[in-house]
Write a protein that binds this ligand. Structure first.
Ligand code: ZN
Length: 262
């Protein structure tokens, strides 16, 4: 499980317009460009944009991202189904237009990676971002489609550490993919166990035969097929679990007639 600090910024025109995403089409990766700034600092910065004074002829600044990640924490500045201003541009790359639509802020979630004082992305930050991406794909309905900010707009050198070292970006995508796959494999393994035929000792099969036979005789279960399955030792773990639940439940409710044998 990942831990996310919910630090929603107030609705405001500059960093949280309160619009819903039109679709979930991709995950856009950024870096903060502020050496040493924490995830909390970044979230506070986005919140602070709500109060900017634009009356003096200064240009308003529109910026935000859903998540900011550092070595020890993940801050969430706005819900992941709302529009953030993280990859707006006058022009976009062909690939972005094709996969994300004409206004990518409408269809993407933005992640800010914090950098160390020397400008690097710490390995703990890297791993936390991997976990966050896996969470967004597995639990929040985003596709496994990544863009760097640069891949969206073409001109911005963001995230700079990955533009300098593209192999790190590749490693990130591979790590996410591996994690997603290992989760799938784990689930399949559990399912397979349920579908395996029981591998019991002789005496256990006899006990089971008795248990199912009695249930049939007492009309707790009504299909001879179950008795046959046990007799032929073709019952799976999953089937046994289900049978046991049915039999115990019906016996508890007294649905079955008492055995006539005694
Ligand atoms: Zn960026």
């Amino acid at each position: 499980m990942i831990h996310v600090v919910e630090d929603y910024i107030p609705l405001n025109p500059y960093s949280r317009p309160g619009l819903k995403l039109k679709a979930k089409r991709g995950i856009v990766m950024h870096y903060t460009a502020s050496p040493g700034a924490s995830a909390r600092n970044i979230s506070q910065y986005f919140a602070g944009l709500a109060h900017q004074n634009v009356s003096k002829g200064t240009k308003a600044r529109y910026a935000s991202a859903h998540f900011s990640v550092d070595r020890t924490s993940i801050y969430c500045s706005l819900p992941d189904d709302e529009v953030a201003y993280h990859c707006g541009s006058k022009t976009y790359t062909e690939e972005a237009l094709k996969k994300l639509g004409s206004y990518p802020n409408n269809s993407t979630v933005g992640i800010e990676m914090c950098i160390e004082k020397d400008g690097s992305i710490h390995e703990d930050t890297f791993n936390r971002v991997v976990d966050l991406a896996v969470y967004l794909i597995q639990q929040r309905g985003f596709p496994e489609i990544f863009f760097t900010h640069k891949e969206v707009v073409g001109w911005k050198e963001c995230p700079l550490p990955w533009i300098k070292e593209p192999e790190q970006y590749e490693r990130f995508k591979q790590d996410v993919h591996k994690k997603l796959n290992s989760l799938v494999e784990h689930t399949v393994t559990e399912d397979d166990e349920m579908n395996q035929v029981l591998n019991y000792a002789e005496w256990a099969w006899r006990e089971l035969n008795q248990y199912i036979g009695d249930a049939y005789k007492d009309q707790i279960i009504h299909e001879q097929a179950w008795v046959e399955k046990v007799r032929k030792r073709a019952l799976t773990y999953g089937e046994l679990l289900m049978l046991k639940v049915i039999i115990d439940e019906r016996r508890r409710k007294g649905n079955g007639k008492p055995s006539q044998s005694d």
